[in-house]
Design a protein around this ligand. Structure first.
Ligand code: UD1
Ligand code: CA
Length: 459
């Protein structure tokens, strides 16, 4: 069977009250339409047609890809009219799956079930069906058609089974019935669901399958619904993690905005955000309020509270934070330690090396067993170019040192606390560059000047 997908995304989304087209509003940091495209792609269709209208250029620019056929709907005359615009590009022997750009939470398995039963409509039972099209069934429970809320009688409005809009339909039936759909209804629109009642009247049998979960078919019309969808997305991600052997301090307080892969027995404390592709090895423990983006953390490493890790690789049994910031290009070997208020960038840090307090390490390569004292700064930037700092194995950098790059400290080298180091320190040597201390005996503290009776508080 040949599958083509049509995604309707031409509507304005007035109720978002936004300059951004509705389908570009982000859910878990990705546009709504990107979620729909991702579900569509898992079905391996031969083509995906996206019907656009409002903000069409923005939508196209944001999501253009080779497998997409963009279809322009200049005027939004209804869902039937929208699909009709795509029909000339669809092969007559295909099965067409129709999706909405603002219904982002559908599962691939639900869609597969629908396609297997085509022609088939996806329906849902809602406690509050207000506004939706209602599903009409005959006495034998067979689908008769859909009536829009605005056109429905009170009796029909009491029906709780609604049209989700998702439809799997043979292209031949669309081509036959769509051009015959009229707009003599309360909204003066060409309704897509009219093809259902037309086909049924001609003796075709159309399945109406109920979705298991109503949250799956939820459509986004305003920002309240967008936030609700975010919650559903979050809950799903949390449930999947827990099923895979991850402990979450609170499943309601984790945000996965991308792909998070975890080994067994990972623990994640509250309010952590994961973006892009993140991999956590077995036994990794993440403290509260951490943000991890495109990074790999090997087994048994501890990331303490409030740490921020971006485009970095961390070895196993490391300790990071609290309050650490690992910027792009940070690579930590096993058992390294990055402590509080330390920032690293393009820094390769060797086995068991420590940068424990208040330091900046950028454009640097540290060997194994290096100890960088509190308040050390690699001065990597001269205002124009970046320069590299290289510290050999076993180097010890005393506190409050300023390492002016380019700089090389050989294996076993030592830099005395408070030094500003501008020249290389050879292997096993001590580099010291600070003013010699002199002590002034019997030092008289300043006295208050005569006539100045203002009380000095010293602050
Ligand atoms: C539609 C269905 C309704 C169903 C509901 C489910 C029709 C007539 N009604 O109603 O039975 O219960 O969805 O959410 O189909 N669109 C276009 N071009 C248009 C009109 C719409 O691309 O000319 C797109 C919109 O951008 C949106 C989707 O189609 O993605 C649905 O349109 P919308 O106006 O929201 O339909 P509803 O009135 O919600
Ligand atoms: Ca809608």
């Amino acid at each position: 069977m040949k599958l083509e997908v049509v995604i309707l995304a031409a509507g304005q989304g007035t109720r978002m009250r936004s300059n951004l087209p509705k389908v570009l509003h982000p859910l878990a940091r990705r546009p709504l339409l990107a979620h729909v495209l991702a579900s569509a792609r898992t079905l391996m269709p031969v083509r995906i047609h996206v019907v656009i209208g409002h903000g069409s250029e923005l939508v196209r620019d944001a999501l253009d890809a080779e497998d997409l056929a963009w279809v322009m709907q200049e005027e939004q005359l209804g869902t039937g009219h929208a699909v009709l615009q795509a029909v000339p590009g669809i092969d007559s022997d295909s099965t067409v799956l129709i999706l909405y750009g603002d219904v982002p939470l559908l599962r691939a398995s639900t869609l597969e079930g629908l396609i297997d039963n085509a022609p088939a409509l996806l329906t849902a039972e809602l406690n509050d069906p207000e506004g939706y099209g209602r599903v009409l069934r005959d006495s034998g429970d067979q689908l008769e058609g859909v009536v829009e809320h605005k056109d429905a009688t009170d009796e029909q409005r009491a029906i709780s089974e609604i049209n989700t809009g998702v439809l799997a339909y043979p292209a031949a039936l669309l081509a036959e019935y769509l051009p015959r759909v009229g707009n003599a209804n309360s909204q003066g629109e060409f309704y897509l669901p009219d093809v259902l009642s037309m086909a049924v009247k001609d003796g075709h049998c159309v399945a109406a399958l109920r979705a298991d979960e109503s949250s799956e078919v939820m459509g986004i019309n305003d920002r309240v619904q967008l936030a609700e969808a975010e919650t559903v997305y979050r809950q799903r991600a949390a449930a999947a993690l827990m099923t895979a052997g991850v402990s979450l301090a609170d499943p309601a307080r984790i945000d996965v905005r991308g792909n998070l892969h975890c080994g067994r027995d990972v623990f994640i404390d509250v309010n952590c955000v994961f973006e892009g592709d993140v991999t956590l090895g077995e036994g990794v423990c993440i403290g509260p309020n951490c943000v991890l983006k495109n990074c790999t953390i090997a087994s048994d490493t501890q990331i303490h509270a409030m740490s921020h890790i971006d485009e970095s690789q961390v070895g196993s049994s490391c300790s990071i934070g609290p309050y650490a910031r690992l910027r792009p290009g940070t690579v930590l070997a096993d058992s390294a330690r990055i402590g509080n208020f330390v920032e690293t960038k393009k820094a390769v840090i060797g086995l068991g090396s420590k940068v424990n307090h208040l330091s900046y390490v950028g454009d640097a390569e540290l060997g194994d067993g290096v100890n960088v004292g509190a308040g050390t700064i690699t001065c990597n930037y001269d205002g124009v170019n970046k320069h590299k700092t290289s510290l050999g194995d076993g180097v010890f950098i005393g506190s409050n040192s300023t390492l002016v790059a380019p700089l090389d400290v050989g294996d076993g080298g030592f830099v005395a606390a408070g030094s500003t180091v501008t020249r290389d320190v050879p292997e096993s040597a001590l580099g010291v560059s600070r003013a010699k201390q002199r002590n002034i005996e019997e030092w008289q503290t300043p006295k208050q000047r005569a006539g100045n009776d203002e009380t000095q508080s010293g602050d």
